[in-house]
Design a protein around this ligand. Structure first.
Ligand SMILES: [Zn+2]
Length: 70
């Protein structure tokens, strides 16, 4: 299953992509970064990568991701 999720960067408010691949159980390996390179105050935190059931559960996610519509 391919998961597609769209987020905005909290720092620069540009769109992010979230790519993931399945690992054991419900966990997925995530890689999240800006859709286009550019200046961002949170650049040191990108790409945001790790293993979790959802991007929101990744370390640093709360400070980096802005959920679409929120
Ligand atoms: Zn940004």
């Amino acid at each position: 299953m391919t998961a597609r999720a769209f987020y905005w960067c909290r720092a620069c408010r540009r769109p992010l992509f979230a790519a993931s691949s399945a690992v054991a159980g419900t966990a997925r390996d995530w890689e999240i970064d800006h859709q286009e390179p550019g200046d961002c105050a949170n650049d040191a935190l990108f790409p945001l990568a790790g293993t979790a059931a959802a991007p929101e559960e990744l370390r640093h996610a709360a400070g980096v991701l802005r959920l679409f519509g929120h």
